[in-house]
Design a protein around this ligand. Sequence first.
Ligand code: SF4
Ligand code: SF4
Length: 444
Amino acid sequence: MNEQVLEKIKQAGVVGAGGAGFPTHVKLKCTPDTVIANCAECEPIIKSDKYLMEHNAEAIVDGMKAALECTGAKKGVLAVKYKNKKAVEELQKAIEGEEDVSLHLLDNYYPAGDEQQIIYEVTGRVVPVGEIPIKVGCVVLNAQTLFHISEAMQGNAVTSRMVTVAGAVKEPMTVQVPIGMPVSSLLELAGGITVPDYAVILGGPLMGRVAENTGKEYVTKTTNGVIVLPLDHPLVVKKTEDFNYQLKIAKSACCQCNYCTLICPRSNLGLGVQPHKIMQALTLNNADILADGQAALGCCNCGLCTYVGCNMGLAPSRFIGAVRQGLLAKKVKSHQEPKAVNQFRNESRVPSGRVILRMGLSPYDTGTRYIDSIQTPKNVRILLKQHIGAPCIPIVKEGDKVKKGQCIGQIPEDALGASVHAAIKGKVTAVTAEYIEITRGNYR
Ligand code: SF4
Ligand code: SF4
């Protein structure tokens, strides 16, 4: 392990930009044989990694080389969908002459970017439920994370990221924005919202969350998308409908056709996920059917069973998600070894186009304009917790003048976390338990 590289990544506050924000300097404290770049970007409409690859392929490859140096892994693989032709071309150019780094072309299916799927596609290995990729000798890093690692090698902290703003907005765009930018300002930048009643999804349409109050949302290191949909769009309804109401309907309507399990990508990898079993247990009010909970623990919350699988319009992913959370809270562990991968796994994969059609997203899948920089926003709010672990401790106070890239929040001693930095130059105008606000200014 190269401690110097790790320290630079830690100082820059790099976290997993494509998922829950696990601190990268902790993730890389291991000795894998393969580092995989997750460049799959499988959520519909989101194009942030696509443009990043098209315009910053060399930096992504530099990030990969730093990750290889850091961990001592012998092989770096950039896994990218073949359909992103320009990105493939740019990455291909960027790896020319690199003996340890190669490309792996993925088919266009959902969820190709699920860590489990991508590891299987690249190496043929399956991570047992409850374990992490290093168990099978792999580390997976998102394309944006690799870009941030390459910046960290040059002493630059994480102060911006690529975000797609799309859906019911006037000018859908993918844009490089400062961390902490108000989501409301991003929506204005995209020309405003085109429907009267709407919901804003932060992240991808399938796995993202519906914002409760858009006025109180800010771009974090993990915000890859801001998607606006009409309030009565089926996807929004599925995500926000009363849980108990959905449960009541499910109890009377689930016909145990099993299609949710047949389509489940984790089930097809032999990980024992069985959403129809969860539905059966709920319908019959019989927890014994779940036995030890193994039918739920391997779920990755991709939503495929709900949005594409169930012809009765039910939401098995919501129920299996709730059961899984309950099991994790009770610290129930998986004890199952993966079974054989379904020999028809390839045929069972769901093409992304079908997901878009089934979810009624075709009108919004129109592509987005790429913008590489914007005028600095008037203010930003840097959340103290935008990663897995403990919130940062502020090291600035109201009235302090800060430079872009200056560390303003540190990891508490001996805690898991990632530091945060000023995304713009200006004056600290608020420090609370949740955020540090910086107002733009040309202070010396
Ligand atoms: S939840 Fe839907 S897909 Fe799954 S078993 Fe019930 S009816 Fe079939
Ligand atoms: S959300 Fe549904 S389809 Fe996706 S992994 Fe979980 S059970 Fe399987």
